[in-house]
Design a protein around this ligand. Sequence first.
Ligand SMILES: [Zn+2]
Length: 113
Amino acid sequence: MLMKTMNQDKVRKQLLDTKTELEKRISKIHNHARNPLNADSAEQAAELGNVEVVTALETEAIEELAEIKAALHRLDDGSYGICVTCGEEIGAGRLAVRPESFECVDCADLPPI
Ligand SMILES: [Zn+2]
């Protein structure tokens, strides 16, 4: 079976940690939008009144969260680590850097890690 050499519990924990982190970030962006006086450096865009940037930050976090959730789902159904586009294994190096990857390096059109 694919991935038997990888520690899936470790991957799962990593994904869950990232998920928690993203959920915190998203709620922080939300809170910040309501109360700009609580600005921190990461969301200074809002301080400048740049609603578009805040929205982009939030959208980015929400999209990343969706990828994390999808990766957790793939861990559960056994398809984790397989490229959704070509069906080949996603390299362990790529998964180590970006555990929520759903495409191999070739399909994602990224330089190899
Ligand atoms: Zn692929």
